[in-house]
Design a protein around this ligand. Structure first.
Ligand SMILES: *Cc1c(COP(=O)(O)O)cnc(C)c1O
Length: 348
């Protein structure tokens, strides 16, 4: 049986959070003399003088409708990176607890753990970038607080088999299973957010940085049980999402159609780029992708990577990463950008 109180660090469970002025009175009408703001306005045009809603109620309501979750199941942060950091800080006691990651994967899980002196256990993915569930469950010990599953995975781009994730959710009850779905908009599989009510040990991460085209705003989402979201809210900076971002997000949430259109365009380009790349003799393998990246094995990735930089085409060299020998990760660009890449590759 999963019990959140066994997973959260004891002092976090009992911590009294900062109570902001806007916590104590959440009404919109009134004479606001509670937060030491400048009552006249801002020194630049636009009204930025009032503190924003610390719990982002308006955007969460709209987002909840889009994602099919309740607002109480949503945490919004300064990028997914904030959520990654807070999930670790809420659960892991430095020099005692550990997290388990499945390399090759997104770098921030390990960095956030390292910053806080938390051990990182690693169980590599299989050569086709799937999860060795048996090994994962054997490696997790009583101090393992989080298993991170990135699906679709970065840098390999593929979705992780649904049954593997379910198996881990069913069998790991002493900590959280975080499914990072940064690229879910590009995949055909369903999001795990649908299973939040079934699995209290599940946390799903998503982001506005990829399909939605809002990377500069720094906007990440975590979806989990109400109880765990309450913990994240308790330890976040009170005003972690600024007012401008909240306003822009509210507008963006009315434009889901445009996001879907971009996704279609990117998927079409992914297919075209895949085909064109497969015709090149320097390409040894293109890994299957359910995201907006292609991991490509070349005959000599290091040399090619530097040649591409000389041609002012910037890709991500992953050849020093486990299971990614001679691999370059290519983000799907616009048609024109992809043509520029293909032209440079032909020149090589
Ligand atoms: C890009 C990416 C993110 C997004 O991070 P943000 O901080 O929201 O920009 C999260 N997880 C993975 C696996 C990613 O590749």
């Amino acid at each position: 049986m999963f019990s959140l109180s066994n997973v959260i660090r004891p002092h976090i469970l009992t911590l009294t959070p900062y109570a902001s002025a806007r916590d104590e009175y959440s009404g919109k009408e009134g004479t606001f003399l509670d937060a030491n703001e400048n009552p006249y306005g801002s020194v630049i045009s636009g009204n930025y003088n009032r503190y924003p809603d610390p719990y982002q109620a308006a955007v969460k309501e709209k987002l909840g409708e889009i994602k099919g979750v309740r607002p109480a199941q949503i945490f919004l942060g300064n990028g997914s990176d904030e959520a990654i950091d807070l999930v670790i800080r809420a659960t892991c006691e430095p020099q005692k607890d550990n997290i388990l990651i499945l390399p090759p994967t997104y770098g921030m899980y390990k960095v956030c753990a390292d910053v806080q002196n938390i051990e990182v256990k690693q169980v590599p993915l299989t050569p086709d970038f799937q999860v060795d569930t048996k090994k994962v469950l054997e490696t997790a010990d009583k101090h393992t607080k989080i298993i991170w599953i990135c699906s679709p995975n970065n840098p390999s781009g593929n979705i992780i088999e649904r049954n593997a994730i379910l198996h881990i959710l069913d069998n790991f009850k002493t900590g959280l299973v975080v499914v990072d779905e940064a690229y879910i908009d590009f995949a055909t599989e369903d999001s795990f957010t649908k299973l939040l009510d079934t699995y209290p040990n599940l946390v799903v991460l998503q982001t506005f940085s990829k399909a939605w085209g809002l990377a500069a705003l720094r906007l990440g989402m975590a979806f989990a049980s109400d109880e765990f979201i309450k913990i994240l809210n308790k330890i976040k900076y009170p005003y972690n999402l600024n007012g401008v971002t909240q306003k822009l997000l509210y507008a963006a949430l009315g434009k889901e159609n445009k996001k879907d259109k971009y996704v279609k365009q990117i998927l079409k380009e992914r297919k075209r780029l895949h085909k064109k790349l497969s015709e090149l003799s320097i390409v040894k393998h293109i890994y299957p992708s359910d995201s907006n990246q292609l991991l490509v094995k070349f005959t000599d990735a290091n040399a090619l990577f530097h040649f591409l930089i000389e041609q002012k085409v910037i890709t991500r060299n992953r050849s020093n990463v486990i299971l990614c020998e001679d691999c370059i990760r290519i983000s799907i660009g616009t048609q024109k950008e992809n043509d520029t890449l293909l032209k440079a590759l032909k020149k090589y």
